[in-house]
Design a protein around this ligand. Sequence first.
Ligand code: Q9C
Ligand code: ZN
Length: 345
Amino acid sequence: MLTIYNDQHVLHQGKVEMFRGELVPCFEVPARVDHVKSELERRGLGSLQAPDAFDESLLAKVHAPRYLDFIAHAWDEWVALDPANATRDALPSYWPTRGMRSDVLPKSFPARMGLFSFDAGTPLMAGSWAAARHGAACAWTAARRVIGGERSAFALTRPPGHHAGADFFGGYCFLNNAAVAAQALRDAGVERVAVLDVDYHHGNGTQAIFYERDDVHFASLHGDPLTDYPYYLGHADERGAGRGEGFNHNLPLPRGTDFTAWRAALKTALARIAEVKAGALVVSLGVDTFEGDPISGFKLRSDDYLRMGEDLARAGLPTVFVFEGGYAVAEVGVNAVNVIEGFGQ
Ligand code: Q9C
Ligand code: ZN
């Protein structure tokens, strides 16, 4: 499968994230993508291309201008606060909650950091913006190749994207790559695009971006938000709003779910995608559903990812894969590339 590779992903390399009152080493590391790349090459599936020159104005179709402005300059503002900040990653520690103002833009950088985020697990550093922007370009380029007639394309990038909303970062994500790909397919004339999110975590950012739209159907299989991150979104009764009603499909599953049960949910999601007559598919491909994943709770095994790819191929749609989570670093390559191989040429 044609793969669009973000070689600038290494510019984003967090040191620590806040986890249960402690700063712990980041789970979202460059080696994740390195393993996928070398596994593609090892199996001879690796026709790797660089992203096309990216017209950044496309980002404003899925992200808020004031958020893009914030995130593009965040590192410089962080260092301007205190030159010693140059040696440490930026993390938020204040957030507006119910009853507080999110319409007024604070002058304080730490206050804006919290306004535009929803967790303290997503460190930002000097290269984060370049890596994220180049990743969005990868997703856009993969969509362009599919528009151009390729049956499928794979955007291999990090940081991931599906937790990033129109105006917030979090869950290791800054720009919503899958949303960029879906929007590019829409702009090319595909009347309805389906985004199918198979990452272990609910794609709250993607859901929020398209919640009131009927031209992008969002479906997600994920750990139940009652027990799992991102906790505050991803329940089965979230079905879309306004014109978008009926075009949001959440399938939360309990911790311990194995491939048999997971696959049954996939079948349900794909049946609905056929029903809404989607003309193209964007797959948010996280492989943190793996039994060995250090931060997740499903029980998928490496061979299951081949079957997943086969099932996705049977949907018969032009498909853009966008890489998301997966933290069992040594197995991430095999698992992700199994989906790509199972999907076929
Ligand atoms: N229980 C993605 O997979 N922290 N993001 C969880 C461990 C956030 C995952 C802490 C996990 C975000 C793209
Ligand atoms: Zn995930």
